[in-house]
Write a protein that binds this ligand. Structure first.
Ligand code: UD1
Ligand code: CA
Length: 451
């Protein structure tokens, strides 16, 4: 049985931010959310998050994650002091405790499994994750004997020049036999350069402590400032892009593309330069996205093309062409084999199969049937200044250029709207509607008026 504690009370001074450090976003998810996700597959029986600095903001931001318990550390006196706050919450607990820093977001589940397994196999009192870093500056240094038994952990700030040469660092990821840790926690002292209670001091007092090296040191990089945040983002992006390329996705100029790790892609998807895929997006086989597009929280079926466009919160069926310069704003459903083209904005709108909105249109709160043709410059006037109103357009209906459909209004099937019409009343099936002043031509008018 394992309980997980996540350290998220620190202020993150080096971020120089109004936002608590652990809430900073890394590719669409906060640092602390990533940490929680990494440990989830171990099915911990309890997940305790230690909060302190801006505790309310942190709790609110994490509300949607079920089953978290928050423990308050009202003054932040160090990582050891943070873990001391768990004592009243784990009084009779006899299992293992995994402790994770809330600012180490790239950790893999596999690494945590190895840590826990080693801990159990060797019946250690504690097992800690270590790594050899090319640049260990800022991290605690770990000193072991030849059997990987930890002798000492010294914080960077407390190291002698000789100790600082050690490149083996403490990742801030630990597995404790809780009962052993609980016994030493009350006796921690803060006699160090930062006047803090260090969890690392407790580590070496609990009994046999073993170090396990992480295979890829990039996993354990901590985020303390914006530069490290950007570096972590690069690592994450490289991982995500490699994964999709190996799975059969073509990325043209990968360095100019960004893909959240929540996105799902299918083989033979082609992503062109300067394209960004975010959130809960799914793009199916044969689709060709970009250049220059943003797709967020959207589902694109097979063989969809999108060029220089923004697609958010929308579903696009197979074989449809979007763009260039289209904005699907939110809650848009476009049918199969449609064309939505240049300078078109759609919002809360549903288009049936093989319907075209090819040029210069705005459709809001609109439902259009199949094989509809929305002429260039057709606009729905869906807002009267107080409420939004719906527009319904039947199958095979065609609107002429520069029509205004004043909602609420319904056009039946096979309707023709004359160019330049302002339609304010419903139109039945098969009708032609002309809603504009008849053209008047006055021959010789200029000559007369000029006299
Ligand atoms: C810590 C370790 C160091 C390790 C490094 C790995 C200690 C003393 N040092 O140093 O050995 O190499 O992590 O990244 O543990 N926090 C609290 N309450 C506090 C202080 C901190 O909850 O009172 C939280 C922070 O929010 C953060 C985590 O603990 O998530 C680590 O704190 P931080 O100050 O970043 O520790 P480091 O100096 O990086
Ligand atoms: Ca840190």
């Amino acid at each position: 049985m394992v309980v997980v504690a996540i350290l998220a009370a620190g202020r993150g001074t080096r971020m120089k931010s109004q936002l608590p450090k652990v809430l900073h976003s890394l590719g669409g998810r906060s640092l602390v959310e990533r940490v929680i996700n990494s440990v989830e597959p171990l099915s911990p029986s309890r997940r305790l998050v230690i909060v302190g600095y801006q505790a309310e903001e942190v709790k609110t931001a994490m509300q949607s994650i079920p089953g978290l318990e928050f423990v308050e550390q009202t003054v932040q006196q160090g990582t050891g002091h943070a873990i001391q706050q768990l004592l009243p919450h784990l009084e009779d607990y006899a299992g293992d405790l995994i402790v994770l820093n809330g600012d180490v977001p790239l950790l893999s589940t596999q690494t945590l499994k190895i840590l826990w397994q080693t801990h159990q196999e060797h019946q250690n009192a504690a097992t800690i994750l270590t790594a050899y870093l090319p640049n260990p500056q800022g991290y605690g240094r770990v000193f072991c004997d030849s059997e990987n038994i930890v002798q000492q952990i010294v914080e960077d700030k407390d190291c002698t020049t000789a100790q600082r040469q050690n490149r083996r660092i403490n990742a801030g990821v630990y597995c404790f036999r809780w009962q052993n840790l609980a016994k030493v926690l009350p006796y921690l002292e803060a006699n160090n350069s930062q006047k803090e209670y260090y969890l690392t001091d407790a580590v070496t007092q609990v009994g046999q402590v073993m170090a396990v090296d992480v295979e890829d040191y990039q996993e354990i990089l901590g985020i303390n400032d914006r530069l490290q945040l950007a570096n972590a983002y690069e690592i994450l992006q490289r991982r995500v892009k490699e994964k999709w390329m190996m799975a059969g996705v073509t990325l043209i100029d990968p360095s100019s593309i960004t893909i959240d790790d929540t996105v799902e892609l299918q083989p033979d998807v082609i992503i062109e330069p300067q394209t960004h895929l975010r959130g809960d997006t799914v793009i199916k086989a044969g689709s060709h996205i970009g250049p220059g597009s943003l797709i967020e929280d959207s589902q694109l079926e097979e063989n969809v093309t999108v060029q220089y466009s923004v697609v958010k919160g929308s579903i696009v069926q197979a074989g449809t062409q979007i763009g260039p310069y289209t904005h699907l704003r939110s809650q848009v459903q476009v049918g199969a084999g449609c064309r939505v083209g240049n300078f078109v904005e759609l919002k809360n709108t549903r288009l049936g199969d093989r319907t075209n909105v090819a040029h210069l249109s705005y459709l809001g709160d609109t439902t259009a049937g199949t094989k509809v043709n929305i002429g260039a410059g057709t606009i729905t006037a869906n807002y009267d200044g107080v409420k939004k109103h719906p527009t319904k357009i039947g199958d095979r209906t065609k609107t002429g250029s520069n029509s205004v459909l004043v909602a609420p209004v319904t056009l039946g099937n096979d309707v023709y709207v004359a160019a330049g019409s302002t339609v304010t009343e419903d139109v039945p099936d098969d009708a032609l509607v002309i809603a504009r002043a008849r053209q008047v031509v006055k021959p010789g008018w200029r000559k007369k008026s000029a006299e």
